[in-house]
Design a protein around this ligand. Sequence first.
Ligand code: NCD
Length: 308
Amino acid sequence: MALRHLMSPLDFSTGELDKLMDLANDIEKNPDKYAHVCAGKKIATLFYEPSTRTRLSFEAAMLNLGGSVLGFHSSDSSSAAKGESVSDTMRIVSCYADIAAMRHPKEGAPLVASMKSMIPVINAGDGGHQHPTQTLTDLLTIRSLKGHFEGLTIGLCGDLKFGRTVHSLINALSRYDNIRFVLISPEELRVPSYVREAMRAQNIPFEEVVKLDEETMKDLDILYMTRVQKERFFNEEDYLRMKDFYILDKEKMDLAPEKMLVLHPLPRVNEISVDVDNDPRAAYFKQAQYGVYIRMALILTLLGLEVK
Ligand code: NCD
């Protein structure tokens, strides 16, 4: 099998994504069938930036498949602290593991690493650029709970400038018919121009608004909330000014459509109040669970392992 990496959600065709999501749904229904497929296989999680869900769900995914995990969870605890390049690290890790997931603060670092790798490399988030496995998680959540992508109106709210999950999700959803985006952000945190230009080039309808109010929410099928990305701000003052710009609370949810699902890649800070957690439309904890199934499906697919 040819060596294959995952750097962007567009690396998979929509047909391949369907297969991946079908596999994830089967894993959810029949976990025992998959419990030993990866016996003897190892995943390396190479995290140069903090993570809870992404790293642990990759590790849980491999453990659920009967495999093992190794890796590091900060650049201080790896040879990056001594000045080693990601390419050299990846060459070495290729000798120790069968597949790797890498998160790095620099845009493009996992891509550079993949060029020297002998094993599949998964981009687990590169700076403010992309986060393809969060997108796979989001797609599986939407497909499982809504049944389809076509015709959906998706509101993305918060830090659309630095939020890599937003960039990857727009990329991925733009390939389905009659998708419409409502981009809700403060002026300073609008989507980067390359994302806006890509939507224009594909004739994807989108509007940009500042307020998260009844008028904005009235047509939404999905409201995708995001955290203001503190670590990407150049100065603390700007972050403090922006951090509580949006707070989705019970009062706001009372004004939202009955079928509007609320997603969030998590971690949340203040942008969703805990009083929304019990609302039947709050799907963000289920979303985190779907992250394990889709990562199990991804590991199997990139390793070329099939279960009959
Ligand atoms: C996201 C990320 O790392 O980009 N978290 C995640 O992987 N679920 C979102 C965020 O950190 O705000």
